[in-house]
Design a protein around this ligand. Structure first.
Ligand SMILES: [Zn+2]
Length: 398
């Protein structure tokens, strides 16, 4: 911890940079107490570690865990001092007695109150959700920043993200989804954007580096959108995923395979219109290839050109799939008001741009062309090349 209470009751914060000699004198003449449990704490002034307070051994504290790592304390301190340098009113380890929580940093910016949590160790999903809900309840905007060392890049632009990692997803002012992280060793933010998951675990994403010294808070709250999306790379990763998936089947896949075979579809011969990425696709945890196949089976397969498709009917089918857990919504505590069906609407609008549907009204689409289902690998390749060629510009702007 970086703050402690003095005998007078005032909080002493190591957020202010003191010289070690100065702190040695203060330590001699002052006693420090934990602001949470009231126990005596010691001011540690080692040469290797960051200056901090620590409970004496044997004390069990409800708020501060001695497992707080150097990495975490360093990051917390750097982020606090970074806000201070920008003239932003901020408090380190501020205790909100109403919600009984102590976010790493509380700060005021642009008329809003933020609770910044710099999270470097795994906590339970329940705690994350409870804390986030309490912040909203007390009119804080939660700002969870992941410790960058937890961001796992499998290879260039491919990240392995767990359900918990996605808890860090935030929406920028212009509605882009980003996943912010900070590394105290490199002293820079690493922000993932254009995140497109093609499987439960893996996503195509782009990381932008923001060195702390050259970055202002606005760039972290509302980073400029980056549009590096490559449909060719997406297709390649999807093919790899389908291949790996079929080699290592699981109950979810088996259920999916049974259903598509019953409808004369083949996992390896799905058309390019099924499994499209989308800016809201992350709202659904289930990979796009699966939920879009289900949509195809439920509302597109039996339709002939000029037939109408009512979005309310689509939504009913979609909800049924959710009830049966064939489609699963993503849990995103920082985006409590998201409606996952918007990802489906977005997909329908993509199909319109691709010439499959026309939008007749707010809730009604009309089928223009049936989605062509390839019968052989050769046919699939030909179809895919033709599709990519014809829709180059549409696919680049997804
Ligand atoms: Zn304590």
């Amino acid at each position: 911890m970086l703050t402690a209470q003095m005998k007078s009751g005032t909080i002493f914060s190591l957020g202010t940079e003191y010289k070690k000699e100065m702190l040695l004198i203060i330590r001699k003449n002052e006693e420090f107490f934990c602001p949470a449990c009231g126990e005596r704490v010691s001011l540690k002034l080692g040469n290797q570690r960051i200056f901090h307070f620590a409970h004496r051994s044997g004390t069990v504290c409800r708020d501060f865990h001695e497992s707080e790592t150097l990495y975490h304390m360093k990051g917390k301190l750097q982020l606090y001092q970074w806000l201070e340098r920008q003239g932003i009113p901020a408090a380190l380890e501020f205790y909100d007695s109403i919600i009984k929580q102590r976010p790493d940093i509380v700060f005021q910016y642009g008329g809003n109150k933020y609770a910044l949590e710099y999270q470097c160790s795994p906590i339970s999903e329940d705690i994350f959700i409870k804390r986030t809900a309490a912040y909203y309840q007390q009119n804080y905007i939660p700002l969870w920043i992941m410790g960058s060392k937890h961001m796992k890049a499998k290879r260039k632009n491919i990240f392995s993200l767990s359900g918990f990692d996605y808890f860090f997803l935030r929406k920028t002012k212009d509605n882009h989804l980003i996943l912010p992280s900070y590394c105290p060793e490199e002293q820079q933010f690493k922000i993932l954007s254009s995140i497109q998951h093609y499987s439960i675990k893996n996503a195509l994403a782009y990381v932008t580096h923001y060195p702390l010294q050259k970055t202002v808070i606005e760039e972290i709250l509302a980073p400029k959108p980056t549009n590096h999306f490559s449909f060719a790379k997406w297709t390649m990763e999807m093919e790899k995923f389908i291949w790996n998936w079929s080699l290592h089947p699981n109950p979810e896949l088996n259920r999916f395979l049974r259903e598509i075979y019953m409808h004369n579809l083949n996992l390896y011969l799905l058309p390019p219109e099924i499994g499209l990425p989308g800016s809201q696709s992350l709202f659904i945890q289930t990979p796009p290839i699966i939920w879009q196949t289900y949509l195809y089976l439920d509302v597109l397969q039996d339709k002939s050109p000029n037939d109408l498709i009512d979005l309310r009917v689509v939504e009913r089918h979609y909800n049924k799939r959710i009830m049966k857990t064939e489609i699963i919504n993503r849990n995103m505590p920082q985006l409590p008001n998201v409606i996952s069906f918007n990802a489906v609407k977005e997909y329908f609008l993509q199909l319109e741009r691709l010439g499959i549907l026309t939008n007749k009204s707010e809730t009604v689409f009309q089928l223009q062309t049936k989605i062509f289902i390839p019968k052989s690998n050769r046919e699939k390749e030909e179809r895919r090349n033709e599709f990519c060629q014809k829709n180059k510009f549409i696919l680049a702007s997804i």
